[in-house]
Design a protein around this ligand. Structure first.
Ligand code: SF4
Length: 957
């Protein structure tokens, strides 16, 4: 009992606030924190962070606490729906699940019996991609992807092709030991609580935090040093740092020699079909030059003393040079000097030099040592672990550019040169990473692999190792509807969600029958060009009157903008009403010292006629008799639906959705037979499993014999082979050679130049495609930032969170505003090559002078989400999406590439260039669209939403 201000009753802190507490996992953003849901009288009383959970250790953010209003949202769909009016009208009739599943089975069954690729199955930021991608494989369609193509695939692909891992879900800074922390383009939802906790630890230790971001909000606001860089130029800044480090000789040569491909010899024979590939011995292993006697040895020879600098003569008489020498020759060139970088980045050369010097000082003058012996892959015993305490984190800000893949590679190059990958104080892998480079599997789904009734030979998404792995037909045409893994986006590891509607509506490269979407607000938030996207979703063939996309099935928990464009709605539950798993087969929640996974349990039973999408998918799979979902006789394999699948599905022998408490007795971890009581074990442990890495295996994981053995034992790796960090990418060079006319699989002529240009085996920087920095018509960059209190379009309908951000303005630098005579609250017309919007201005200081920005995902279409048609989000909120086209302007021959990175196909949201002009005051933002009709069955929205008063009344307070 604690005393309180006079007049108020005393606070009873030790009195239970509910009847029951249930553990589960938050889903208000992608961090997957552990939560405790306090229940009272059958309702949610309170959500609390789970102090014993490894992800958040009790921390709960505003979004997590507001999960209550997500669960009780008036926008929740209540029953399955069938469209009865024209697409987009929002006219539906309620149907029962029997009709809904019969309809879906009929549509999908017809496709599977005729041509499985006519199903395009795409999901948003769902957390069951291990299931959804496997389901697509069983169905036999290559046309599957999740949200990565419009999110951060550039960084993921750059990481997987360079270090065998990536930022955030795949690795983390060594929060405990790092002494210098560099952040690139991070918005506050990627990641959220874990990075906030980490930043707090750095602040407590006085560690210097440097943020590179055009906008100084969120994490940048607490940085010790903020570099307000011009958008899309981060790669050049990083390569200027590399230039400075090389010039000063501040690189970790022993690390490079032992754990990277820096000493590997690259064939120097211009015009030959193997020019630029690694020289290899008879056993196929790359070769090095021994620095002691000049002998050519296998890179795997543990006795070798690799030479990083000297050119070698191969047995066939040809020249070969070590990768490091190529790096030194390229980046010591004056074009990477800070003075050159200053012109593009806007960061003064002196500041770039200072940053390089600080990085070098932290790495080499403040090296940290852990008194822990370890053994490397070659059997060399190291008495202690010596680390370079410089760590980095990067996210969508640098990723969502047409040069983002190479920028990601450049950041990893910088980390590797400093010797800071998985060393004490550096960037640390989280198991099951690192994985081999390139990371298996390769994508499956060429036309000849797709046939009625067949499963795909492998997963639809993967990592090509060369042109032979592309999903293209013999004439070079893309095999997939989104053109992923084609010559237009060869390393599209996450697919190109942003193109599926455009391509399907245009029958390019072929028409489809059914677009099946889950949890993706594809007509609005995730759409480049929302107006055009809505028109495409409703487009009809004039000769037949049929919709160009004949069927659209959509599953969502809420009445989002996309709902109006679907023919069949399968209403999902909220995250508090279902079983779910956060699997190591998907995006892990491990930390650098342990593997971890988790579950969600149904905290409440649905009070509506809705079903978990994962259950529905499994039932549909059984009805369609997809091979993995039925027994030999056709009986459903997972009668207990998703919970049954989570426990009993095996991806390989002994490897399932959850790694904890496996084996018949529940005493195995990582690999083991299914355990029928596995979910009980998770419930007994707060819904989370964490398994620690042995002390001798916690660093140098890519080369640490104990770690590699542990990872094999856990089922994370097939063989205990070292993961050699790839400064130089032979994969990229193979594509370049194909473009130059070598090999059996070559690009069509129209793509050759582009492939040869952008598939450089070493990181490059080039200006973002949408405009050079002196573009006179559109002189400003425009980007978005994710507010800390929001996550995608979910957040801006949440009754509590919309009180934090209910509308948005266009932020611009005070000097820029003054130059245009713009004052706070003035109205602006913002014009891009693609369109124009009208919004309100808000001058500020902490932004690059050539950049305007706004919060992401606030603007809503009037009427959607069961918000009042005149809600602030609709009338005063807006999206920059209306200014962005999904395709680049036409080339001379009329061909149009995606507005995307040429390597991965990542949507280039942040390449956007605009101009601004002051206009007369307006009462609402533009464009506005006709208010969207509300689906039937939703409750009438009250003007004021209240929650919790009943508990207060019951307690007499
Ligand atoms: S950071 Fe994300 S997962 Fe964690 S409590 Fe906040 S919303 Fe939930």
């Amino acid at each position: 009992m604690r005393s309180s201000p006079a007049g108020d009753p005393p606070l009873a802190l030790d009195t239970p606030i509910g009847d029951e507490v249930k553990d589960t996992t938050c889903y208000m953003c992608a961090c997957r924190c552990g939560i405790k849901v306090h229940l009272k009288g059958g309702g949610i009383r309170y959500i609390e962070g789970n102090r014993d959970h490894p992800v958040n250790r009790g921390v709960l953010c505003a979004k997590g606490a507001a999960g209550i209003m997500q669960h009780y949202s008036p926008a929740r769909l209540r029953r399955p729906l069938r469209r009865i009016g024209p697409r987009g009208s929002g006219e539906f009739r309620e149907i029962d699940w029997s009709e809904a599943l019969d309809t879906a089975t009929e549509w999908l069954g017809a496709i599977r019996r005729s041509d499985p690729k006519k199903l395009a199955f795409f999901t948003g930021r769902d957390q069951s991609q291990a299931l959804t991608s496997w389901w697509a494989t069983q169905f036999g369609t290559p046309n599957y992807a999740a949200h990565g193509g419009f999110c951060t695939v550039n960084l993921a692909a750059a990481g997987f092709y360079t270090i065998g891992g990536s930022f955030w879900e795949f690795g983390e800074p060594d929060w405990q030991l790092t002494r210098y922390f560099l952040l690139f383009g991070v918005a506050e939802d990627h990641d959220s609580n874990p990075i906030k906790i980490g930043l707090g630890r750095l602040k407590a230790r006085g560690v210097k935090i440097v943020s590179v971001n055009p906008v100084r909000t969120g994490y940048s606001a607490i940085a010790d040093d903020w570099l307000g860089i011009r958008p899309g130029t981060d790669g050049l800044l990083v390569l200027a740092l590399v230039h400075e480090l090389l010039r000063a000789g501040k690189v970790d040569a022993p690390y490079l020699a032992r754990y990277t491909n820096a000493p590997w010899l690259v064939i120097d024979d211009p015009g030959a079909p193997d020019h630029g590939l690694f020289a290899r011995g008879a056993d196929g292993e790359p070769l090095i030059r021994d620095r002691r006697d000049g002998r050519i040895l296998s890179a795997k020879d543990p006795a070798g003393d690799p030479d990083l600098k000297t050119e070698a003569r191969l047995a066939d008489g040809r020249r070969a040079r070590p990768v490091f020498r190529l790096i030194a020759e390229r980046y010591r060139d004056p074009r990477y000097a800070p003075a050159q970088a200053e012109r593009e980045t806007g960061i003064p050369a002196a500041r770039i030099r200072r940053l390089a010097a600080e990085l070098a000082h932290a790495a080499f003058a403040e090296a940290v040592v852990i008194e822990q012996a370890w053994t490397d892959w070659a059997g060399r015993v190291h008495p202690r672990m010596v680390g370079r305490p410089v760590s980095m984190h990067a996210m969508r800000g640098i990723s969502a550019h047409s040069n983002g893949f190479h920028t990601g590679r450049a950041i990893h190059l910088l980390q590797i040169l400093l010797g800071s990958i998985d060393t004490p104080g550096g960037f640390r892998f989280q198991p099951p990473y690192p994985k081999p480079i390139p990371t298996p599997p390769k994508p499956a789904g060429r036309a000849r692999e797709v046939a009625p009734g067949l499963t795909l030979a492998g997963a639809p998404l993967g990592f090509p190792t060369g042109p032979e792995d592309l999903l293209v037909e013999p004439d070079g045409r893309p095999s997939r509807i989104d053109k992923a893994f084609s010559w237009e986006a060869p390393l599209a590891a996450h697919g190109l969600f942003q193109l599926v509607i455009h391509n399907a509506a245009n029958g390019d490269p072929y028409p489809i029958d059914t677009l099946f979407l889950y949890m993706a607000n594809a007509s609005w938030n995730t759409a480049m060009n929302p107006a055009g996207t809505m028109a495409m979703l409703a487009a009809q063939d004039p000769s037949t009157g049929e919709y160009r996309i004949p069927h659209i099935i959509y599953s969502d928990a809420y009445a989002s903008e996309m709902v109006a464009f679907a023919d069949l709605i399968l209403p999902d539950t909220t995250y508090l009403e279902r079983w779910d798993c956060i699997s190591l087969l998907d995006r892990p929640i491990s930390d650098a010292d342990a593997a971890a996974d988790a579950i969600r349990q149904p905290v409440l039973a649905p009070d509506r006629d809705v079903r978990p999408f994962q259950d529905v998918l499994i039932e549909l799979g059984a009805r369609l008799e997809l091979p993995g979902l039925v027994h030999a006789g056709g009986a459903p394999r997972y009668r207990g639906l998703y919970a049954d699948y989570i426990v009993n599905h095996e991806r390989g022998p002994g490897i399932g959705s959850l790694a904890g408490w496996r084996g018949a007795a529940g005493d195995r971890h990582g690999v083991g037979a299914p355990n029928p009581r596995q979910l009980d074990a998770y419930l007994a442990h707060g819904c989370v499993w964490r398994h620690e890495i042995p002390a001798s295996a916690r660093y140098f994981k890519h080369a640490n014999r104990d770690y590699l053995a542990w990872a094999v034992g856990m089922g994370f790796l097939v063989k205990p082979e070292p993961v050699v960090l790839e400064l130089y990418s032979e994969t990229l060079q193979r594509f370049r050679l194909a473009a130059e006319g070598h090999g059996p699989v070559q690009p069509p002529d129209q793509h050759r130049r582009r492939i040869a240009t952008y598939f450089d085996p070493l990181p490059i920087w080039y200006p973002p495609f949408e405009g050079a920095s002196d573009d006179a018509d559109f002189p400003l960059h425009a980007v978005t930032q994710r507010p800390m209190a929001m996550y995608h379009s979910w957040g801006s309908q949440n009754a509590w969170l919309r009180q934090i951000h209910g509308e948005n303005c266009l932020f611009l630098h005070r000097d820029l505003a003054a130059a245009h005579g713009i004052a706070d609250g003035d109205w602006l017309k913002v014009t891009s090559r693609h369109g124009a919007i009208t919004v309100q201005a808000r001058p500020m200081d902490g932004v690059n002078r050539d950049t305007v920005w706004t919060w992401n995902a606030i603007g809503k279409r009037a009427g959607a989400w069961n918000l009042a048609p005149d809600a602030a989000e609709a009338k005063r909120g807006f999206l920059l999406n209306h200014l962005i086209a999904e395709l680049l302007p036409a080339r001379q021959d009329g061909f149009r590439y995606a507005n995307a990175d040429p390597v991965t196909g990542q949507a280039a949201w942040f390449d956007l260039r605009v101009r601004i002009e002051k206009v007369a005051a307006a009462s609402e933002t533009a464009p506005q669209f006709a208010p969207q009709a509300l689906p039937p069955g939703l409750p009438e929205r009250q003007r004021v939403l209240r929650y919790g008063a009943e508990f207060r009344a019951a307690s007499g307070r």
